[in-house]
Each structure stands twice: as structure tokens, then as C-alpha cells.
Design a protein around this ligand. Structure first.
Ligand SMILES: Cc1ncc(C[n+]2csc(CCOP(=O)(O)OP(=O)(O)O)c2C)c(N)n1
Length: 340
């Protein structure tokens, strides 16, 4: 498993980026964690619907998004809010989406993100389509698609990987192997030693990296993005990480994993690792951390306030988003809601 920065914060080779960029990405990870914690607490207050926490996966998501050009596409899942936010998806729309309001799934025109896919695996095909279109049009942008270990058992994974390799589409497949698909551990998900080994069968490069190491994620995703952009075709990257929280706010991980395992994973916290490294370079202090956390908390508060101030969708918003011409039974229901 490729690694640049050990959990203790020691460098195994030169970092791919300068310390000032590492500081910026660390700051983004703190913002992401604040968003995540806030989301769980808002869900517990009944202000958000079901939420899928990503705590523990911040390095994989922020490192990957940082390797993209602003025009590149990000096609991700319900657990990838950190990556989407880092790629420009406004935080208030992320919150709005989690209130159950579909309008949160429509980012501004200049943010090349699809709405988060709830269908496991389905979005990888869309990423391949988008990147194939870019290739046919002679554009230089690539598509990065993020998915979990469980998604690699879907037929859609096979179709997307095969098509991408055959047509040499500029697609980067980033699997965040976070150990579980809900309660199913990854060793019951596949008999392959590494998820990245699956790339061999499709004829594309594959590699396994430490997904809690921001530096290796950035370096390897950037290499894959550059290869895709310059006509070298797709890559499969397996970023090994751990979902520290439950699958969603409806899940109790205590029913399928031990607290000893969770404690061991917490010792590999991706934020702690960067903090240790920055501290060793005199680029981190407790005061600065407190300031960043306070800024992150206000950003999250402002975003939720903006999301909660959006007027509730009308019947026309809800039905009109789905039907241009509503069939009679739907038109009847549309009428009921319009008159409520
Ligand atoms: C096609 C499909 N099948 C089943 C589900 C129900 N489901 C939601 S999340 C999930 C597990 C996905 O695990 P993984 O791909 O490892 O991603 P993670 O949730 O760990 O990020 C399942 C089975 C779904 N949403 N879509």
C-alpha cells in the first residue's frame, strides 16, 4: 500500500506539494469534519433527513478533489460531501439536499458535479459517459468518480470499467475502501486480495494507496488525472480508509464491529497525521487550530441558515421537476397538493 506520510507524521518520500498547500488542504479537512459533525447533530434535531457521515475519509476526499482542475467532473456518492464541497459545490446546497429538498441536488452551472448518487454504482457509468463525451469533443477535462468497496460488486462497476478501458476514456475511478458496505466487511465483499487488482482484468492501471494519507492521495490521483488528460486512459485507485462513524444516522455499527477495531482505526485519523507533520515543521499551533475550527463552525452555521431560509418547494417545484406532461392520476395528486 503506497504511503508518503505515516500515521506518526513521518515522511517516507518527498511530498508532492509545498507546505503552504498542505496547510490549505488541512484547513479544508477541518472544515469538512465540522460539516460532518454538524450534519449528524442536525439530523438528531430532526433538521436533516438521513445522513451518511464521512468522518475518517477526509484525506481521501479532500486530496482527490484537490487534484482536479475546476473544469473536471466529479461524480460521487451520498458519502462524498467533502469532495463535492472542495470541488465547488456550495455547502448550503449540500445541506438543502439533505433536508430532502431535491433542489439541493442542482449545483450552479459552473460547478461540474453531478448530484450525489444514492444508487450504489450507477453513477460510475455516468462518469464514463461524461468523460467519453469530453474525449469525442476534443476537450481536455476528465471525470473522477468516487465510490465505495461495496459498489465494486455491482454490474455497473464492471460495465463502467470495461467501457472506459476499451474506449480509453479520461476517467479516474477512485474506490474509497472504508472497510464496510453497511455491515458487510470488505473481506466478504470480494475474494480479490486488493480491489485495485480488478483493474488488471479490464486492462487499466490499478493501485492501492493509504486513503488516510492526504499526500499520497493527492499525488496518485493527480498522476491518474494527468494520464487521463493526456490520452493515457482510465485508472483504478483503491484508497484504503475507514468509516469512523455509522453507515448512516440509521445504523448502529456496534452490531457488526468491535470498539477495539474502531479505536485502532481512530489512531490512524487522517487529520491527526497532517497535524503532526505540520507541527514538526512549526506550521501548526493550537491557537491556529482553534481559529480554523471556529471559522469552520461559522461557515457550517451560515450554510445551514441559508439552506433553512429557502422557501419550501411548491407542488409545481416537486411535480414539475419530474413530469413535463403528468399522466391523469399524477395530475390529480398534483392538484391535491397544490390546494393544501
Ligand atoms: C443499487 C443499490 N443497491 C443497494 C443500495 C442500498 N445501499 C445503500 S448504501 C449501501 C452500501 C454501499 O457500500 P459501499 O459501496 O462500500 O459505500 P459506503 O456506503 O461504504 O461509502 C447499500 C447496499 C443502494 N442504495 N443502491
Amino acid at each position: 500500500m503506497d504511503q508518503i506520510l505515516t500515521p506518526e507524521g513521518e515522511l517516507l518520500r518527498d511530498p508532492p506539494i509545498r507546505d503552504d498547500l498542505i496547510v490549505r488542504l488541512y484547513r479544508a479537512m477541518v472544515f469538512a469534519r465540522q460539516y460532518d459533525h454538524k450534519s449528524v447533530s442536525l439530523q438528531r434535531q430532526g433538521r436533516l433527513a438521513t445522513y451518511a457521515p464521512f468522518e475518517g475519509q477526509e484525506a481521501a476526499q479532500i486530496g482527490a478533489a484537490a487534484a482536479l482542475h475546476p473544469d473536471d467532473w466529479l461524480v460521487a456518492t451520498y458519502r462524498d460531501a467533502a469532495a463535492m464541497w472542495a470541488h465547488g459545490y456550495p455547502m448550503d446546497l449540500l445541506y438543502l439536499g439533505r433536508t430532502g429538498d431535491e433542489r439541493g441536488g442542482a449545483p450552479p452551472e459552473d460547478v461540474p458535479c453531478l448530484p450525489p448518487s444514492i444508487t450504489v454504482g450507477g453513477h460510475m457509468i455516468h462518469a464514463v459517459g461524461i468523460s467519453w463525451a469530453a474525449k469525442l469533443r476534443g476537450e481536455r477535462n476528465v471525470a473522477l468518480t468516487m465510490f465505495g468497496d461495496g459498489a465494486t460488486s455491482e454490474g455497473d462497476f464492471h460495465e463502467a470499467m470495461n467501457f472506459a478501458a476499451v474506449y480509453q476514456t479520461p476517467t479516474v475511478f477512485l474506490c474509497q475502501n472504508n472497510g464496510y458496505a453497511i455491515s458487510l466487511p470488505v473481506h466478504e465483499q470480494t475474494k480479490a486480495e486488493h480491489i485495485s487488482d480488478k483493474a488488471i482484468g479490464y486492462g487499466m492501471p490499478g493501485e492501492t494507496i493509504d486513503g488516510n494519507d492526504l499526500l499520497v492521495v493527492y499525488e496518485r490521483v493527480l498522476a491518474a488525472v494527468n494520464r487521463a488528460r493526456t490520452g493515457g486512459g482510465p485508472t483504478l485507485i483503491e484508497a484504503v480508509t475507514y468509516r469512523m462513524g455509522p453507515h448512516t444516522t440509521n445504523d448502529d455499527p456496534g452490531r457488526y464491529r468491535s470498539s477495539a477495531e474502531e479505536a485502532e482505526a481512530r489512531a490512524k485519523d487522517p487529520l491527526e497525521r497532517i497535524r503532526r507533520y505540520l507541527e514538526s515543521k512549526n506550521a501548526w499551533t493550537e491557537e491556529w487550530e482553534a481559529e480554523v475550527r471556529a471559522e469552520a463552525a461559522s461557515a457550517a452555521d451560515e450554510a445551514i441558515a441559508a439552506a433553512e431560509s429557502v422557501p419550501k418547494p411548491t407542488a409545481d417545484d416537486l411535480f414539475g421537476a419530474v413530469f413535463a406532461d403528468a399522466p391523469p392520476h399524477i395530475a390529480e395528486q398534483w392538484g391535491w397538493v397544490s390546494h393544501e
